[in-house]
Design a protein around this ligand. Structure first.
Ligand code: NAG
Ligand code: NAG
Ligand code: NAG
Length: 139
């Protein structure tokens, strides 16, 4: 047992020095497809990424290492004028949608549209077939 712990400590030191991940590394992109500014406040249990204004066609993106137990959760609050919504941007359900690679950084794309919040493993041109609707805006 002792050598396993030593190994894990050395491994986590090495990964933190190189900024690599022992678990899967994820990169999340939130693109605003509304012809107006939106504000996104993204958080996890450990991190508060703060408020970000995303202009039309702009994106906010960040990356992280998945937790060892695979239970990483990022959630967000969105404002668009008088409209508001909160939703998970990364959880095990979204991980299943976006986990398409065997090696390397996994990407997950969110598209915020007037008709709702869509997710995809690929940054394709919008279509209902390629993007999965997860929530609509609250009025
Ligand atoms: C983030 O932006 C929203 C909408 O503009 C605002 O209501 C909220 O107070 C802001 N939060 C912070 C911490 O600035
Ligand atoms: C990700 O965000 C950075 C700013 O944090 C920006 O420079 C970069 O262009 C964004 N990535 C993409 C693919 O737009
Ligand atoms: C998605 O693709 C479009 C069109 O190629 C590009 O303009 C945009 O920057 C891409 N977004 C991200 C987040 O990579």
């Amino acid at each position: 047992m002792h050598s396993i712990f030593t190994f894990l400590i050395l491994l986590s030191l090495t990964t933190s020095i190189t900024h690599a991940c022992f678990t899967a590394k994820w990169h999340i992109f939130v693109t605003n497809d509304i012809n107006d500014d939106i504000v996104a406040h993204i958080k996890s249990g450990d991190d508060d990424l703060g408020n970000h204004t995303i202009p039309f066609n702009g994106n906010y993106n960040w990356s992280f290492c998945n937790r060892f137990d695979g239970r990483t959760l990022f959630y967000a609050y969105f404002w668009w004028g008088s409209r508001y919504q909160s939703l998970d941007l990364f959880n095990s359900d979204i991980e299943d949608i976006c986990a398409v690679k065997i090696l390397g950084t996994q990407n997950c794309y969110w598209l915020v549209r007037s008709n709702g919040f869509f997710v995809s493993a690929y940054n394709r041109t919008f279509s209902d077939r390629d993007w999965k609707l997860k929530k609509t805006w609250n009025y």
